[in-house]
Design a protein around this ligand. Structure first.
Ligand code: ADP
Ligand code: MG
Length: 707
């Protein structure tokens, strides 16, 4: 390649070739880096428009782009789109006639192609890489690049071989950029991709993981409580359409049955026949079904923009999977909410799955020892094995993935390489660690969206809080309730501040032991207090780890924030503690239990005096249930009417204009100026600006008629 193409031409090509008016976020810098000949790693969520980031530079550079893609369906989809743009495209994969592949090679060598798509395993065919190398491509794009990494969730051994062929394909000195694209790669996977592909000082583009319209709520809820909470949540029409992710097929069936009594809901899981699944998917897509209760298998092919709620009725195995799933909500940009329900029981369920998906190495050894150079039928091996059929199949599957066994199309097995032990052990370990990250996500007091964005490696973006999750906006939470701290808790919080003032940081456990040597406070209660202090911006907690006996141990470091340092007297600070879930969502037993706790009574009593003596009434209103007078009720009704109109006008759900709880608080407080309005929880500056005048007018009108 002689002179690089002029970047100004990129927009012209974008219009003329692809018919797009403008670049989407982040596409342009990526295209520029590519035409400068830089290797690059591009991590953006599904649907962000990654394909264009190799397709446009390919056209700009001229020559043929070589695209490596792991799935035939994906490849066919891209090919069809490019053909429709009248570009010259060929593909080579196992689903095609040999003559088609041959013609593709001829065209490639003649320089008659803009794009050649190949499946990775093609490179193992003798002579094929050499054929490609005769005419270096303009660039090499590797789609779904996370498959290359054994840390990625779709590890493909064929992808792992790519690295060894690339130098030849790049044909020595000539600059042929390698573009690795993926929607899901944690920093570990990113590093692995770069190393495996031998990319040289690649540009990294990791963008677009923040979703402004998703409010994430994480709530601890025992398994028996979840069904009724889910029913109560989805009983609100505003919260549908919705997807509920269940932990097992049985679980999805039972939840769907319960929901069906209230709304149009159905189960969807891998145990249903293809027809049923297809029907459910179509019915959901078209709006006939409002709720689908699914196992992980649902959602891939869904292109539904108006999903308002995603509920996880149990903990997912990885944060990547979780992010993909919640990401299906609110594609239309309207506010949407996601709920993650968890409890200690989820860990046990997960251990069970882990053991099932990653059987003991010993099982793999047993199968490996049965293999030889001569191909033997699977059925025969299975019946000779001491393992159960299920165990045998799982072990063989794992052996094959990790290269310890080769299975041909006829179902015959031969011995593979012994290297499988290492990659298998590493991957099983990794899976366990991934779940550890999910657990830490649930217990963390960080902004939920920031935590996810950081997980994907966009550290710059992660510094910004979302403002709408249960951590950023506790009072806006729907399932979770918060209460004001008791006097005892306030005293303890004061000691935490005093204790930390003298040091850089302390481990949470050490801190608790020094403040409560007699051990009267349970660990959970202490953690809950720390969480409240984080929400009040007094302290910050960081995850840290150390190694002991070759094992990585996790702990949490707590230190004072600037605001914490300046706080001499805790009395001036609003401390909100987790108080379980809102009664309307609780099952009857939980409901009774909540009533029995004397804590809340104590809190309410303390609250009234507090309210008159401190200025800090912010967040107060939603913490306590309001008992409205008859006039208050009338005002609430008028506010509701107004809210319905606003929601219609703005085409958003009513609760996005204002929560019920907030609305009640407004009717209770009757604000007459924006400052008073701001003090009501659930109302921030944006809302004041947007709705303030209208709300105040309604409240004042009420006062006038009263007089
Ligand atoms: P990804 O690979 O990141 O999941 P795709 O590359 O398949 O996403 O793109 C998703 C959709 O966005 C495609 O239909 C594509 O045509 C469209 N698209 C990409 N870039 C633009 C753009 N600049 N303007 C309009 N649509 C675009
Ligand atoms: Mg793609």
């Amino acid at each position: 390649m002689t002179t690089p193409p002029n970047p100004e031409n990129l927009v012209k090509l974008l219009n003329s070739v692809f018919g797009f008016a403008r670049f989407r976020a982040n596409q342009e810098p990526v295209c520029r880096a590519a035409i400068e000949g830089r290797d690059l790693l591009l991590v953006m969520p599904t649907g962000a428009g990654k394909s264009l980031c190799y397709q446009l530079p390919a056209i700009a550079l001229g020559g043929t782009a070589l695209v490596i893609s792991p799935l035939i369906a994906l490849m066919e989809d891209q090919v069809a789109k490019l053909v429709a743009l009248t570009l010259r495209v060929a593909r080579i994969h196992s689903g095609l006639d040999r003559s088609v592949s041959r013609q593709a090679c001829v065209d490639y060598l003649a320089g008659a192609l803009d794009f050649l798509f190949i499946a990775p395993e093609r490179l193992r065919v003798p002579g094929f890489p050499e054929m490609l190398a005769k005419r270096p491509p303009a660039l090499i794009a590797i789609d779904e690049a996370h498959c290359i990494s054994q840390w990625g969730h779709d590890f493909r051994p064929d992808y792992r071989m790519l690295g060894q062929y690339l130098p030849a394909l790049r044909n020595g000195s000539e600059r042929v950029p390698i573009l690795a694209l993926t929607a899901t790669a944690t920093p570990t996977v990113q590093a692995d991709i770069i190393a495996q592909l031998g990319m040289t000082s690649p540009a990294r583009f990791i963008h677009g993981f923040r979703r402004d319209n998703l409010a994430i709520e994480v709530v601890e809820l025992s398994v028996p409580q979840r069904a009724s909470a889910i029913c109560a949540l989805l009983a609100h029409r505003d919260r549908r359409p919705a997807i509920v992710y269940a932990t097992s097929r049985k679980h999805s069936e039972s939840l769907a049955a319960e929901l069906s009594q209230l709304m149009r809901a159905a189960a969807y899981h891998a145990g249903l026949d293809a027809d049923t699944r297809e029907r459910v998917q179509r019915a959901f897509q078209s709006g006939q079904l409002e709720v689908v209760v699914a196992t992980i298998a649902f959602g891939m092919g869904i292109d539904k923009a108006d999903i308002r709620t995603i509920i996880h009725a149990g903990l997912p195995g990885t944060l990547e999977g979780y992010y993909q799933e919640i990401g299906r909500a609110g594609r239309d940009g309207a506010p949407s909410r996601t709920f993650l329900m968890h409890s200690y029981a989820d860990q046990r369920t997960h251990d069970f799955f882990l053991n099932r998906d990653y059987p003991p190495t010993d099982h793999l050894h047993q199968v490996f020892r049965m293999l030889g150079e001569d191909a033997r039928p699977i059925d025969k091996l299975r019946s000779e094995s001491k393992l159960t059929d299920e165990e045998f199949d799982k072990a063989l599957e794992k052996l094959e993935i990790h290269g310890g066994a080769r299975v041909d199309f006829g179902g015959n097995v031969t011995l593979g390489a012994s290297g499988w032990k290492k990659t298998y052990a590493v991957q099983a370990q990794h899976r366990a660690e991934q779940f550890g990250k999910v657990l830490r996500f649930t217990t963390s007091s960080d902004c939920r969206m920031s935590a996810l964005v950081r997980h994907f490696g966009d550290d710059a973006d992660a510094t910004q809080s979302c403002g709408v999750c249960d951590v950023c906006d506790p009072a806006g939470a729907i399932l979770r309730l918060f209460r004001r701290a008791t006097n005892t808790e306030r005293a303890m919080a004061q000691s935490v501040i005093d204790e930390l003032r003298a040091v850089d940081y302390k481990a949470t456990g050490t801190l608790q032991r020094s403040l409560d040597p007699s051990g009267r406070t349970t660990r959970d209660d202490f953690e809950a207090l720390l969480d409240a202090m984080i929400r009040a911006s007094l302290i910050a907690i960081e995850d840290a780890e150390y190694e002991k006996d070759g094992e990585v141990k996790h702990y949490r470091k707590v230190h004072l924030t600037e605001a914490g340092l300046q706080t001499r007297n805790i009395a001036s600070v609003e401390l909100l503690l987790d108080d379980g879930i809102a009664e309307e969502f609780a099952s009857p037993e939980a409901h009774n239990r909540a009533r029995k706790t004397s804590k809340r009574d104590e809190v309410s009593a303390g609250h009234v005096t507090n309210r008159s003596t401190t200025q800090s009434t912010r967040r107060v209103e939603s913490v306590l249930p309001h008992t409205l007078s008859a006039d208050g009720e009338a005002l609430a009704a008028r506010l509701k009417e107004w809210r319905t109109g606003e929601a219609k006008r703005l085409r958003i759900p009513a609760y996005c204009v204002m929560h019920d709880r907030t609305l009640t608080a407004v009717a209770f407080v009757r604000p007459t100026n924006p400052r008073q309005l701001l003090e009501i929880d659930g109302i921030g500056p944006t809302k004041v600006e947007k709705f303030g005048p209208a709300i105040i007018e309604i409240c004042e009108a009420k006062l006038i008629t009263e007089n």
